[in-house]
Structures are given as C-alpha cells and as structure tokens.
Write a protein that binds this ligand. Structure first.
Ligand SMILES: Cc1cc2nc3c(=O)[nH]c(=O)nc-3n(C[C@H](O)[C@H](O)[C@H](O)COP(=O)(O)OP(=O)(O)OC[C@H]3O[C@@H](n4cnc5c(N)ncnc54)[C@H](O)[C@@H]3O)c2cc1C
Length: 370
C-alpha cells in the first residue's frame, strides 16, 4: 500500500494526527502494537458485572477550551462527571485535595505551613503548603508508594499537582467542561479513527522496512525504544492493577477514587470503584460492583506499562539526548506522551497533536518538544 504518512500508535496523539492528515486528503496508515486501538485511554466492559472499566487507570476528561470541547464532541457525547476524590486517613474518607477545614479541625484555626523559604525538593514544597502532620497523613506515604523513593529526592515541581483547598471545593478539577464519553473512550477513539487504514497487533519496530511512507513517519511510542534504548532506558512508573468483583455488594466506597496514602493499608495507592463513573441509567443495568487496586512498580522491559515518566535529572537529560537524535532524522516526527517523555493530560495531548498536525500540513520545520 502506498502511503504518505505512517502513524505509529493509535492513542490520542496518533489518532488526532491521523484524522487531520486523512481529512486533508493524504494517504495515512496507522499501526498499533496492542491488540486494541485507543492507547492509554482504552476502556472495556467487565463481563460479569456489565461495568465499564478504564483499562489503564481512571481517565477524567476536562478542558476550558471551547474549540477543543467542540472537537472531541465530534466523536462522542459526554456524560457530565466531575471527579471528587477521597483519601482514606485514620479510617475516614477525607477530601482530596486536602480541605482547609480538615486542617483547622485537626491542627487548629491558626495553623501555619511547616516550611518557609525556597523549596528544594518535593517534601519541602509540600510542607510549604501545610503543617507536617497533614503532610505525613495525606501526602508522604502516597508519594513514596507512587514513586518508590523518599519524597526528599523528588523534584519540588511535582507538588504543583495538588493544593490545599481553603474553600473546601470537593471537585478535583474546576474546568468548565468535565466528563466521560457517554459510550466510553474506546467508542470515541473508534469514531476518531473511522475510515483510516489501521493495523493492530503490529509492532513497527519489529519490521520498519515493511512500512516506508512517502513523506513522514509519526512515531508516538517510547522514544528510547525507537533507538533500541542504546543510550539507556528511560525510567517509568507503572501500576499493577488487581480487580475484585463483589457480586452481592451494591456500593463499596463513597466515590469512584479513594486514595490510600497510609503504608499500613498496603502497597496500593488507590482503590477505584468504576460504577461511580457511569451514568445513572447505565449503573442501574450493572450487577454488583467492581474494584481495582493500583500498586505502583518500576517496569523493567518495554510494554504497555510505561505510565508516569520519572521526574529526575538523569531521565530528563537522557530524554534530551534521544530528542536531539530524533530531530536530526529527516521525515521523522516523534511525539506524544511516550515520544516526548512527558505527562500530558488528554486535553493537552489533543491540543498538542492538533498543533503538530497544522505544522506538518503547512510543511513547516519539524516542531520541537516544548
Ligand atoms: C494512569 C494514568 C491516568 C491518566 N488519567 C488521566 C485523566 O484522568 N485525565 C487526563 O486528561 N489524562 C489522563 N492521563 C493521560 C492520558 O492517558 C494521555 O494524555 C494520553 O494517553 C496520551 O495519548 P498518547 O497517544 O500520547 O499516548 P498513548 O495513549 O500511550 O498511545 C501510544 C500508542 O502507541 C502504541 N505504540 C507504542 N510503540 C509502538 C510500536 N513500536 N508500534 C506500534 N504501536 C506502538 C502504544 O501501544 C499506544 O497505543 C492519564 C495517564 C495515565 C498514565
């Protein structure tokens, strides 16, 4: 088959790029090494319960951008879902992010953050927001389970991902548009890729010579794997997911996601009860409830479990060396969360892929990772 653009990977980045190039009249082929499309946002129905499960962890869609919201609504309608998370602390379900009222209740009305000055690491950055006992209960254990290293060795920037809520706002995010695709992410991705030639179960890296596009290869897999990891492997954290089906229990916990920061509760960081994330009419058709516990670990070989890029200097520098090499190869664009070794929320991944598609279509210079 003669193709203009080869898109490796059928996740959001690959699908948005493929869609744009296809709609511009180019011949596009998408390759996907997994047996299914959709990348990390894939979901599936648990047969016994009829409950929809996000295969690679819970995905809450949110955006403030009207154009982006219109774009995703071309492929699916959304059921409104504003994620509210809880943390299991001292046997009680407390708000996450931490509610200011909780700190007042447990530490006192005139509480002060523990740390003043310029934080040099994650622990100091967290203590700049809260008293130490709160940090110990909500943050330290969760973070050290998540990353598998002491919180003092992690970058201060990581603490920007949460806050202390003086107004006790229970919603995880405050975006205008929030939701979950009404028919699931898999259906949304199928619609996005409709009409575009696609082959699943094909690992491009196993047989590159078989796929030679006329114009460009767009690679959305791990950038180190593209080069055979010859400079070393980029580190990730993945999650082992264990499922527990409770056929005779209607509801197990008060929200879809409960964090488990205490090491005493086990090695898992969160417990998910998927039924909360379904529309009420769909909930009514389910049988029992389904839980998933997520336990972080460090994957040692390539595969589908590269989830969170490891936030340290060694990996940042290693990524830069791969990026520089990739940019010197004509007709190659490496992008997406794995290609750029960067955590992108779904809306960010879509916006970036749209921007890259515009540049590719304009024949502009190869875009640089920000
Ligand atoms: C645990 C977790 C939870 C998340 N939750 C949220 C959330 O709540 N809200 C939110 O907005 N975002 C969330 N995200 C982010 C979201 O998953 C990403 O924005 C999205 O997956 C980015 O899509 P992508 O196409 O860049 O990467 P991916 O979805 O990973 O797609 C890459 C694809 O390339 C394929 N591939 C790789 N190598 C090859 C090869 N050699 N040959 C063929 N195919 C290949 C892979 O199989 C994969 O399908 C979460 C991420 C994680 C890790």
């Amino acid at each position: 088959m003669d193709i203009d653009y080869l898109v490796v990977g059928s996740g959001l980045t690959g699908a948005v790029l493929a869609r744009a190039l296809h709609e511009a009249g180019h011949r596009v082929l998408v390759l996907e090494r997994r047996a299914h499309t959709g990348g990390n946002v894939h979901d599936h129905v648990h047969a016994e319960s009829g409950i929809l499960v996000h295969t690679y962890g819970p995905h809450y869609f949110r955006t403030n951008d009207e154009d982006l919201w219109r774009y995703v609504n071309r492929f699916t309608s959304f059921q409104r879902y504003e994620a509210e998370l809880k943390s299991l602390v001292d046997g009680r379900h407390e708000n996450w992010p931490i509610a200011g009222s909780y700190i007042q209740r447990t530490v006192g009305r005139d509480w002060q953050p523990e740390f003043t000055g310029t934080p040099q690491n994650f622990e100091e950055a967290s203590l700049a927001m809260m008293p130490r006992p709160i940090y110990e209960k909500f943050v330290k254990g969760y973070t050290e389970k998540q990353w598998g290293v002491p919180a003092t060795t992690l970058s201060a920037g990581l603490a920007k991902r949460f806050d202390v809520r003086e107004d006790d706002e229970p919603r995880l995010m405050r975006h205008k548009h929030q939701g979950i695709p009404a028919g699931g992410y898999t259906q949304m991705m199928t619609n996005m890729l409709a009409g575009i030639p696609l082959r699943t179960g094909v690992d491009y890296l196993q047989d590159r010579a078989a796929f030679q596009p006329r114009v460009m290869t767009i690679f959305t897999g791990p950038i180190d794997e593209y080069f055979g990891c010859d400079l070393g492997r980029l580190a990730y954290r993945g999650q082992k997911r264990t499922h527990e089906y409770l056929p005779h229990t209607e509801w197990f916990q008060p929200r879809g996601q409960v964090n488990n920061p205490s090491p005493a509760d086990g090695p898992h960081v969160r417990t998910l009860e998927w039924k909360h994330m379904m529309a009420p009419e769909a909930q009514a058709r389910t049988r029992g409830t389904l839980l998933t516990r997520e336990t972080p670990y460090t994957p040692t070989s390539s595969g589908g479990d590269c989830e969170y890029p490891f936030p340290d200097e060694r990996n940042t520098q290693l990524y830069e060396r791969y990026r520089e090499r990739a940019e010197r190869i004509p007709g190659l664009l490496v992008c997406g969360r794995l290609g750029e070794y960067r955590y992108y929320d779904m809306d960010q991944a879509i916006a970036r892929a749209q921007m890259l598609a515009r540049r590719v279509l304009a024949g502009a210079e190869m875009p640089q990772a920000a």
